[in-house]
Design a protein around this ligand. Structure first.
Ligand SMILES: Cc1ncc(COP(=O)(O)O)c(C=O)c1O
Length: 399
């Protein structure tokens, strides 16, 4: 039998999906399961989004579309960029993709030759590692433990960029930690980036509208406009608009990079579907009450999660200020047991919690931080308090 390409040996199925599927299986078997595992926003977009999709369906052109994205979609995204403080871009700076994941994959192909170095902070969103491995990049991880609020320091960035990596990948607000970099923190990191003109920068900011406590969203290009010629901003409709299954992602950056992603699209996907494009334009340009309301709800849920975690001795959780994740360090449980279930790792912890209490969380090792677990708190509101209570009980029962 012929062999598969070596690249496939490096590709791994998503660890997060594996937990979510296990929880689903137990639920199907009749177990009472509360899932804090998968990072879906768990709400639907406004009616105007569905109306726009239906109208597009009624007027279907039956044609292929633009590889970059339709002009109307690009214009809607330009308007959105303006609102988040990124001005001065034109359609030529933009490209779209089947979700931000696809855009990031295209960028990895476009910016990294085999053996080039990509550097990013740990904890990281799992797909960064998986994509970097598929394109056979060298990976330089920058550890950012709970003791430094899971945030990258300018000193760490400086030391990493001095080694001249091809690409620095940054994520703000963060999945899995929910951390948000403040204006001064972004500015200090941008000052370091300015010293290293040979490194591309991807800033994956898909949670930019999901920020709490009035911290605001800030980015490198606002801090240092001269970085515009090598910073690539990533956005997506998945989380903000409750549209993960519609698969719409964007980039804004230098024209050469937007052209490269457009070329990749012409060879992979050709274009975003017409109906999806119409829905995306409606989401970006229409009323913003659904995302705004959800953001307020998520802030309330964050408070509930933090209040529960603060009652558990030894658990440390830097306060998330965005997205919908908390990332507590649960290593205090290591070396203990629940009944005959011994806990030596984050994976043991998550398996035991699921088995004993029916609560699904994702082991932190999926994000490069094996002392933590990720709690995604987008479940229906009535499930949140019981789920948190079960986690509290689980800790109390460890011996
Ligand atoms: C940080 C981050 N970037 C990108 C993505 C992918 O988003 P999309 O659904 O647009 O592919 C996710 C999804 O979980 C994410 O958390």
């Amino acid at each position: 039998m012929p062999q598969l390409a070596r690249r496939i040996g490096r590709a791994k199925p998503s660890a997060i999906m594996q937990v979510a599927e296990k929880a689903k299986r137990l639920k199907a078997e009749g177990r009472d399961i509360i899932s804090f595992s998968i990072g879906v926003p768990n709400f639907l977009p406004g009616d105007h989004v569905y109306a726009a999709a239906r109208e597009a369906l009624a007027k279907d052109s039956g044609q292929y579309g633009s590889n970059r994205g339709s002009d109307a979609l690009l214009d809607a995204f330009l308007q959105h960029l303006d609102q988040v403080g990124l001005t001065g871009y034109t359609r030529a700076n933009l490209a779209t993709g089947i979700g931000a994941k696809h855009v990031i994959y295209n960028l990895a192909e476009a910016l990294l030759d085999e053996g080039d170095t990509i550097v990013f902070p740990t904890p990281y969103w799992t797909s960064y590692l998986d994509i970097a491995e598929i394109v056979d990049a060298k990976i330089d991880l920058l550890p950012c433990p709970a003791s430094q609020d899971y945030k990258l320091t300018p000193q760490q960035l400086d030391a990493a960029l001095a080694k001249k990596p091809r690409l620095f990948l940054f994520n703000n607000p963060s999945n899995p930690t929910g951390m948000v970099y403040g204006k001064d923190e972004i500015s200090a990191l941008a000052d370091v980036l300015a010293k290293y003109p040979d490194t591309w920068v991807i800033t994956d900011d898909i949670y930019n509208r999901m920020v709490f406590d009035g911290v605001g969203y800030h980015n490198f290009v606002q801090a240092r406009p001269e970085l515009r010629d090598r910073v690539i901003f990533i956005d997506s409709l998945s989380k903000t608009y409750g549209m993960p299954g519609w698969r719409v992602g964007f980039m804004a950056g230098p024209e050469s990079v937007a052209n490269a992603v457009t070329t990749m699209n012409s060879n992979h996907i050709t274009n975003l579907p017409e109906v999806v494009t119409a829905a995306a334009i409606a989401a970006l340009s229409g009323p913003q009450d659904v995302p705004q309301q959800k953001n307020i709800e998520f802030q309330g849920k964050r408070d509930q999660v933090m209040a529960a975690l603060s009652t558990i001795p030894g658990v440390v959780c830097p306060q998330p200020q965005g997205a919908f994740y908390a990332f507590p360090d649960i290593s205090v449980a290591f070396g203990k047991s629940h009944g005959d279930l011994r806990i030596e790792s984050d994976v043991d912890f998550c398996n035991a919690l699921l088995q004993v209490k029916g609560v699904a969380c994702v082991p932190g090792s999926a994000f490069g931080e094996p002392r933590a677990i990720r709690i995604s708190y987008t479940c229906p509101t009535p499930q949140l308090a019981p789920g948190l209570q079960r986690i509290q009980e689980f800790f109390a029962e460890l011996a």
